[in-house]
Design a protein. Sequence first.
Length: 138
Amino acid sequence: MSQPFKRAFAVLCAATALGLSGSVTAEAYDHAPKATILDLYMGKQALLNTHQTLRAHLTDDHGNPVSGAYIRMYTPGHSMLCQRATDSHGDATCDAPLAPPAELVNETVNGYNARFDGNDRYLPAEAHAPATLVAGDL
């Protein structure tokens, strides 16, 4: 048998099999990454306990929480404060040590930043929030 004949015969057999087995549906999957929205809340720095609480919330462009996404939180001078994965509600909360003294002043005056780098399903997002000093415990 010639090669073109074998191909045509295979296509005919496959079409017949599909016709005999009923209809076949194909589900389309949108492979384009979805936009994300990263909300960042005011950072609270406890001077006496030398730690701070940082909170972020990640959703898609329809407001649905994005879980399992790693959020990096850092000072304006790019000192890493913490990294956390979002939970099933899209929340990431860090109880992080205070930044080094020079960066602590920078963070107190200028706030802090957070970034989600994106992945196969979601586009990156960034946010900025203020920080405040608290004399006692958080």
